[in-house]
Design a protein around this ligand. Sequence first.
Ligand code: PLP
Length: 387
Amino acid sequence: MSTPERRIYLDHSATTPVDPRVVEAMAPYWSAVFGNSESAHAFGQAAANALERARQTVADVLGCRPAEIVFTGSGTEADNLALHGVAWAARCSGRGNHIVTTPVEHHAVGRTADQLRDLFGFEVTHVPVDGCGRVDPDDVAAAIRPDTILVSVMTANNEVGTVQPVAEIGRICRERGVPFHSDAVQAAGRLPLNVKDLNVDLMALSAHKFYGPKGVGLLYVRRDTPFVSLLTGGDHERGRRPGTVNVAGAVGLATALRLAEEEREAETTRLQRLRDRLIEGVLASVPESRLTGHPNERLAHYARFAFRGVEGDALVLSLDLEGIAASSGAACAEGQPESSFVLAAMGVCRDWGIGSLRLTLGHGNDEADVARVLEILPGIIERLRSE
Ligand code: PLP
């Protein structure tokens, strides 16, 4: 088996490489400035100062107060913290028992809602999505009841890249006095995320999706949102996320978020052009192919296809042998022979759904990468169909 001359990475929604500028910004916080940010001495103060500068940077990008930012160990943890934090607070005050969400959430939200239902007796309503994976805000309004304690709708979907009408859903929740959480893990660095414009009360982000380090995320929690910490321990993060804080990670997240925001418009225009060329080229050259997700309301770097009569996993392996890294769906759903739950919720039948391919572009990609995919992909699909 020959090794491809050049590897092309087209799986930026799974993770991104850390930007060298982020690595540089983090460098002092491993050994030189290593104190515990909770310690009173000078070592601790230096770490605490760096942490609070990072918090301020994040707050500037999100348009919120620094005290409303809680650093976490991942996007998954931030989502868990949001759902459990609000649900437990509601349980303590007897405010209600009902959660509204969608069938296309990442497992970090979907399985957390299931667990709250199955183990803790909460009731969960899933509002439907249309064939493009979009929620209708009117359906959210209709699902809210007097005992609804939380609505959770993701900002952009990780499988198909469909962007939800978050500001409109948030407006409805605000009017009805229901806390609104949005998982913005895939949207960060790609869409404007001013929490006031989006009308969110809670929002989850993860640094490794926008050229920051792995193992650090954050949860925005709007002031006065009823909230109980998931973990118990010390007073870190104002008691909302006890545990010695990963200062280097927080600095990395903040630097990556600032850079992503500064470069967002130019990079969005560039990626959109590449993505549209990719979409047009694939649909024109592969028979029985479709784009899944919304035609316009989609993240600029996302192209997700369905091909009839092909298995997504076989396709991903064949592309990998040619040096192209792609995904058949969500990274954590890999290896499952069934069509993904997201495509199923969108009404994509199994015949098409199992033959799916997600290509997500990023900083390192250029026209030559798109041309290479268009050169290789039609032949691979033809071969797989004939086997
Ligand atoms: N939410 C969404 C939409 C995601 O795409 C992911 C990761 O793929 C997560 C949450 C989980 O983030 P993390 O990998 O930081 O746990």
